[in-house]
Design a protein around this ligand. Sequence first.
Ligand code: F3S
Length: 389
Amino acid sequence: MYLTNEEEKALEGEYGEALGQAYRVLLAVGELLEAKRLIRIASAHISGVNYSNLGEVGLEFLEEFSRGARVSVYTTVNPCGADLYEPADYVPELFLDRQRRIREAFLRMGCNESFTCAPYEAENKPAPGSHVSWAESSASIYANSVLGVWTNRESGLSALASAVSGKTPEGGVHLEENRRPGYQLVVDARLRDYIDYSLTGLLAASRTDATCIAFVGMRRPGGVEAKHLSAAIGSAGSSSMFVVRDGREAGVETERLGQEELDEARREFYSRPEPGSNNLFILGCPFYGLREVEELARDVAGRRARARVLLQVSNSVYEEARRRGLLEALKASGVGVTRGACGTLTPVDKWIEADAVYTDSLKGAFYLRKRGVKAYVSDPRQIVRAAMG
Ligand code: F3S
């Protein structure tokens, strides 16, 4: 990969060890992608913030790195493992301590206090056509497929390196030729709701490692449908984006999704929540935007939670919800609104000894099951009905 004189100097550590490390990461990624050069990015989004994922080794690296590193572009970050604004009493002290240190490291480097996996909802909105470096698969797939923003599916480390250098290798889906579908799924089934869209994404992504998936004959997904379709693709495979086409393209690997197969997948993951106070209900995976919060506030009005219900939002969506009086309504109904924290990848279920977890997200149920948790996906209305009196 060609480097300019300035980039060579940065690589050699002339502008500090942290920047040198960042360039070494970008060089390795660039060579893997066979990129010819580095390009400037409009923003970065970094994953690997939750202590449950990062662990002690990751925390040590981050603390050390953040002493000398500063981000050079606008940078948002993924959720923590616990709400650090109003920590719940069930979160172990040691976990809170480690999570606070991770948070401090990111803020020290100049990252935005976003702590969200849906940065496109409020905190990070690049103009269509921009090149960015986003980790968090659900967000990067959404960026490529819905926002018209160009990003590879970055790892936490490569997105951090890009945030510090302001650059990314010009390879993968930063190049037009790699954004053409390498696999198409003919959707010969009726998609009833956003959960069916999620299942379609999950099934497609688990069958191919094509960078771009084309869905043929499927109604173009709307806001929530596209959000969950992106998240499901990210959880089950390595694809970086999707497109929706009216007709098939010749010469592209093609498979069909029939109603029977979709229904079978739905039976495997979907369940109406059983009433029971020992279930945990998680809403907002990926995090809710303001419109989803508004809808939920309407649905829970006049009800009272009989079980633990967690709603996951970013700090800025939380503040906007407070300004609009939505927060009060949710709290009055007993909904636990958590800020900047992902309860899916954190053992909240163990901490509170829940029997089962019901989530409005297929990605959520998929990951919870990977951790051995009894988990199901259900739509928010069913969840509200089961969890609240
Ligand atoms: Fe976000 Fe956690 Fe789900 S990071 S997408 S809430 S698994």
